[in-house]
Design a protein around this ligand. Sequence first.
Ligand code: HEM
Length: 436
Amino acid sequence: MRVQQPVPQADGIDNTMALMKEGFHFIPRRREELQSDIFETRIMGQKTVCMGGEEAAEVFYDNERFKRKGAAPLPLKSALLGHGAVHGLDGEEHKQRKRMFLSMMTPERIEDMKEIAVEELDKKVSEWEGKNRVVLLDEMLELMARTGMRWAGVPFEEDEINRRTQELTEMVDSFGSAKRLHRGSKARDSHEKWLKDLIKNIRKGKVNAPAYTPAYIVAHHREPNGKLLDPDVAAVELSNAFRPLMATAYFIVFGVVALHEHPETNDKLKRDENNYSQMFTQEVRRYYPFAPAMAAKVKKNFTWQNYKFKKNMLVVLDLFGTNRHPDAWENPGEFRPERFKNWKGSPFAFVPQGGGDHHTGHRCAGEWTTVMVMRSYFKYLTENVSFSVPDQDLSYDLTRMPTMPKSGVVISDVKKKRESADNIAQEEASQTVIKS
Ligand code: HEM
């Protein structure tokens, strides 16, 4: 007979302050100290179970055992995710809303995203040629804003680009600090107001959005009750179709750091044998931090690995720590793209954008576009551009969420090589296999 055991307890009465102070270290550090992939603590006064690793991810993404309603803290919804967003839905409601997002992600549209992204990068590189120094993170954030809005069918004037980029950046940069959450929430108010007007104008026929774009799809999407989405929720979901692309900017600059710190990868990327650009991209997503963790609530009582999970208990899955769990990854603290060469694939061991199934679960709807944009940027930057990386602080602070290289990654002496961006786009068109 299986004997139930208590979940190991982390030190401290309430660990909210420790979480804010330790950031990405918070869960992995306690898992290590307690020698357990599961432990219990209190966050904002609430009993919270934290888990990490492949097996924990598998149970966490089981829709029969976990739900999302009421799991995300209110400030996070106001700043990062939006109220009424797909992230917090369950059951049939989630399934139908998720289908809306996945209908945007056809192979043609994923290809479109790549082409827009590379076209924008190609223009930027020409501007960089005349500059003494370029702060890559700032440039990538603007590039992702431009790409996301164009792809989503969201019109913008050239003189708005700084404002829209800043709003999008402030929302994505919000989690992990009370001050930044407040700033993100103000940015979201303005951002949603803009998108709500757009939705109304599309519905009235005043703005003509092509039928394949998220702008059109969200504006005309109907809920299970047959009604159009409430305009506030429609604005939130239209934002969710392109705002998260901003996170890709962080992974791209981390990838440039990897290229600098592991110079042998440059040549391998150029040759791209055995789909190296795919392996490199996956390793960037595994090794470097972006999303620290996800929260869910227990749907009904169950027992897992002799631990009792009670209905409505808050459970947090350590995404960052799962990507570096030694049971699934050999020498997880080393940056080694080749580890993906013979990787068997697992929807639960590699979870930079959530785990499980894209269609039936909460796994990120933008994972394919993220991978595609990253790959095409790494290839473009190694094949079409030469640049220097002057002395600077490329370290990143794991106590900040999200985190980025401290210097923002400064490059100089930028020169465009002769090959055109079109060559890359054509070459890549034949290599669009995404492994998860
Ligand atoms: C580096 C880029 C990105 C990162 C790190 C990221 C991360 C994540 C994470 C951690 C989740 C939550 C998984 C869960 O709930 O368990 C998620 C969900 C989601 N992401 Fe992304 N994402 C990225 C890019 C994108 C892009 C480009 C899009 C859209 C074009 C997108 C759209 C979504 C949507 C709609 C969901 C909600 C899915 C659901 O609840 O069913 N993401 N993402």
